[in-house]
Design a protein around this ligand. Structure first.
Ligand code: FEO
Length: 398
């Protein structure tokens, strides 16, 4: 059952939220858990002459979107649909709207136009291609388009409403949350935003930095992303994005482990206790039941990543291989990795994890692989590793 309890919301005069709160969605991209659902924010901008819909919603919510638009203007009277991003959670309803409204024109970047044709069969004559800095006037409401590619698809752009100083950045600055309309209504909004950044934007940090520079001189009163709350206090999220995309890390270590017969768990517990005693922030995830969104969140600012896994079936436990692959794909700012393992006869966990990580920029700081269970000499090695990790997170050893 889809529950949609929110009506349209007037953000400022002539600008309305007509999106969907998807309380029931629990997975995104068949990969990312959504413990608190998500939202597909669609915005209607109504000028004195024309109107534009900025981004649409996930397929399955076509009629709800139409009902909401109709509360403000007849869906058949909309002049433009601005497609900031072609992914179906924001654009999957475009074919439905094009059918309901024969005159509406889709606005997209050049790459966006290509995507619109590939994904939604939008004919050329219904697409207006815009470039960086292009504007259209709706009558007292001017939309300016800002190319911001690879956030996180190649065609992405932002739309800026000049008169009201509202930035519509689609996924950028987003959060997967069904509840809370404005940022100040969500007490831990930056935690949600950091998780989203880790999952979606972290691999594209260089492009995020470019985009942030591009909007640096814009006056922004409101940021209206297409997932999660609308920021009426935009400075906090802009500052957080600057930090997260800068590669700056904290005195923080992320440990992801899997343990079959407790050897790895004992070593992880010991290492975590040693680091904690040094005042290092430690996040420990058991890969058997870890939420990968939480791991992504902590990868955003961890300085060292520790993977711990037994050798099984000739390599590292498959859950650790999966974690190593995710670490490589998400491209976190951490510079150092530590690998811990255990084995019964051949110790192959470390090498198989290094094979997965070989194209990442992580440098192996140290490793330890014990036979059967850790003994006193191994605990001594863990103490030395903890010391080395502590020095690294504090930037003391090059
Ligand atoms: Fe929310 Fe990349 O779609």
């Amino acid at each position: 059952m889809k529950v949609n309890i929110m009506k349209t919301v007037k953000i400022v005069g002539g600008v309305y939220w007509v999106g969907i709160k998807d309380w029931n969605r629990r997975i995104f991209d068949s990969l990312i858990p959504l413990p608190e659902g998500t939202s597909y924010n669609s915005y209607l901008v109504v000028g004195s002459e024309k109107s534009a819909l900025i981004d649409t919603v996930n397929p399955g919510f076509e009629e709800e979107l139409e009902e909401k638009i109709n509360e403000i203007v007849n869906v058949g009277d909309i002049d433009y649909i601005v497609m900031n991003h072609a992914e179906p959670d924001h654009s999957g309803t475009i074919p439905y709207l094009l059918e309901k409204n024969e005159k509406v024109v889709l606005i997209a970047t050049e790459k966006g136009a290509d995507m619109a044709k590939a994904y939604y069969d939008v004919p050329d004559e219904r697409i207006m291609i815009v470039k960086d800095g292009d504007v259209i006037s709706l009558g007292g409401k001017t939309l300016m388009f800002i190319e911001a590619p690879w956030l996180h698809w190649p065609e992405t752009m932002f739309t800026y409403l000049v008169e009201d100083k509202i930035l519509f950045p689609c996924d950028f600055f987003g959060a997967h949350l069904a509840w809370g309309f404005y940022d100040d209504e969500v007490p831990d909004i930056l935690t949600h935003a950091q998780r989203y950044f880790g999952e979606i934007m972290m691999p594209f940090s260089a492009m995020a930095k470019k985009a942030l520079r591009k909007i640096e001189n814009l006056e922004i009163d409101i940021i209206a992303p297409s997932h999660g709350p609308v920021y009426r206090n935009p400075e906090r999220i802009i500052e957080a994005y600057k930090r997260w995309s800068s590669g700056e890390t904290k005195e923080k270590v992320l440990i992801a482990y899997v343990s079959m017969w407790k050897a790895n768990e004992r070593m992880v517990r010991e290492l975590a206790a040693l680091l904690t005693a040094e005042g290092v922030d430690v996040k420990v995830y058991n890969l058997v039941n870890a939420d990968i969104g939480e791991i992504a969140k902590d990868l955003v600012d961890s300085a060292v990543i520790v993977l711990a896994a037994p050798t099984v079936l000739g390599g590292a436990h498959p859950l650790a291989i999966y974690a190593a692959y995710l670490v490589k794909a998400l491209r976190p700012p951490a510079k150092y990795a530590v690998i811990i393992g255990s084995h019964g006869w051949h110790g192959r966990s470390r090498d198989s994890l290094l094979e997965v990580l070989k194209d990442s920029k992580l440098e192996l700081l140290g490793s330890l692989d014990v036979r059967a269970r850790p003994r006193e000499g191994d605990y001594e090695e863990l103490r030395q590793l903890a010391q080395l990790i502590t020095e690294k997170v504090r930037g003391g050893v090059e």
